[in-house]
Ligand binder design. Structure first.
Ligand code: ATP
Ligand code: MG
Length: 429
């Protein structure tokens, strides 16, 4: 195929054979979020570039090298959203729905765009489910977010394969004092740092903690620790969070090097990581951002949130073979009709059954065909039962009811009794 007719590198089609698993995953998360009292918000995919620069921070990987930015026909600089928090904060401010301390528990789902090197678990268009809570500043809500994800991993059958990493970045004052101490220490070891870290030391020193370079990691072993610089309030917040996780029985690992790639975090930061996906091990990440709303021009408003990568979690379900059997079956019943008269009767019958059983997945054969070919299609559809309308059935006003997966013999069912019969033998999703 000529290059211009291919999808953009790192931007994937999700094919029909994959969408059942996506919908199962998304449906499971959506139900959980509903049950915990979160409300969905939908933001545009494109925003003014300035929004991301102001919120994510000018000297982060995302803003420095990963954004899809372009000028529109008015000459405005626009950017495909690389994440959801910035737009969500913009939306709540624009609509005044966090004013006066009003609590908002919001979630969103959709595509995000980052110009990264595509590889397994890392794409240029990827999908997140994210969540933001405004105007709740205690550790109880941080704990709720983590508890909710813990429940999700349990429901999905992947709890044993993920690990919670936790850290506190403190308030911006304590982080400022820590930054100074870190810069002093790292400057004294400047020559042993890799080039990237030398640069970050000047622009965004906390990010040095994030390095993958072994020599720099060796230097970091004796570096000052954020935990020693936490102010009393941040310390109490962190202890409150840990006590709650202990109470629910959620294991965690303290990771003093966990700083996250975005500038806006304060106090709690966390990541759920797995060793089942190779290098792209973080499946869900988030934290508290008490200063962000004010930094974006709003009144002081605390915030906490996270985002999970849908591709990585779907990959995990596949890798760990945690795919519920029922999701791969998309047809319950397949109706075969032979001859024009039977086709008409079949169509009317199918509509009557659909009236009575709105959740039944009933597929009517299209394109006519011989007995053999229609049966082949019925079988291939994955249906549990075939319904048959031929000359004999038409004469008797019945329909042949044939189990396709080896549960018993074919029977004849009167047209009027069909819906009631199907209701007893098909578990409706
Ligand atoms: P990473 O360290 O893997 O680059 P990140 O810190 O940049 O992740 P966040 O901005 O916190 O990621 O996004 C939250 C989640 O979104 C990540 O934990 C991951 O599951 C997912 N994610 C981020 N970038 C990508 C990507 N390019 N492709 C697929 N999933 C991604
Ligand atoms: Mg990244």
């Amino acid at each position: 195929m000529s290059k211009s007719l291919q999808a953009i590198r790192g931007m994937n089609d999700i094919l029909p054979e994959q969408t059942p698993l996506w919908r199962y995953f998304e449906g499971t998360v959506a139900r959980l979020l509903d049950n915990y009292g979160y409300k969905q918000i939908r933001m545009p995919i494109v925003e003014f570039t300035e929004l991301f620069k102001r919120s994510i921070g000018e000297v982060t990987d995302i803003v420095e090298k990963e954004m899809y930015t372009f000028e529109d026909r008015n000459g405005d600089s626009l950017t495909l959203r690389p994440e959801g928090t910035a737009a969500c904060v913009r939306a709540v401010l624009e609509h005044g729905i966090t004013g006066g301390g009003q609590v908002q528990k919001l979630w969103y789902i959709g595509p995000m765009f980052r110009h990264e090197r595509p590889q397994k678990g890392r794409y240029r268009q990827f999908h997140q489910i994210g969540l933001e809570v405004f105007n709740l500043d205690g550790p109880d809500i941080d704990a709720e977010l983590i508890t909710m994800t813990w429940r999700l991993w349990g429901e999905l059958g992947i709890r044993d394969a993920v690990k919670l990493e936790l850290n506190s970045l403190g308030t911006s004052e304590s982080r400022g004092r820590y930054r100074e101490a870190l810069v002093e220490y790292l400057s004294a070891h400047h020559d042993k740092l890799d080039e990237d870290s030398q640069r970050r030391l000047k622009t965004n020193p906390l990010r040095v903690l994030d390095t993958k370079n072994a020599d720099t990691q060796a230097v970091l072993v004796d570096a000052p620790k954020m935990a020693d610089y936490l102010d009393d309030e941040s310390r109490a917040h962190f202890e409150g969070l840990k006590a709650r996780l202990d109470a629910v029985g959620i294991p965690y690992v303290l990771n003093p090097k966990l700083v996250r790639g975005l500038d806006y975090y304060s106090k709690t930061v966390f990541e759920w990581v797995t060793d089942k996906l190779g290098a792209q091990g973080t499946v869900c990440a988030g934290g508290r951002y008490d200063g962000l709303v004010e930094q974006m021009g709003g009144k002081p408003t605390t915030g906490v949130g996270f985002a999970m990568g849908i591709e990585r979690l779907v990959l995990m379900l596949e890798t760990l073979e945690q795919i519920p059997e029922e999701i791969s079956r998309q047809v319950d019943v397949y109706l075969c009709a032979f001859g024009e008269e039977a086709e008409l009767a079949g169509l009317a019958l199918a509509e009557r059954v659909r009236n009575q059983l709105p959740n039944l997945r009933l597929q009517v054969n299209a394109g006519a065909g011989s007995f053999k070919s229609q049966f082949k299609k019925a079988d291939k559809s994955g249906a549990l039962y075939a319904l048959i309308l031929g000359d004999d059935e038409m004469a008797q006003q019945v329909v042949g009811f044939k189990p396709l997966r080896g549960q018993g013999e074919q029977q004849s069912i009167a047209w009027d009794a069909l819906a009631a019969h199907l209701a007893t033998c098909v578990v409706q999703g």
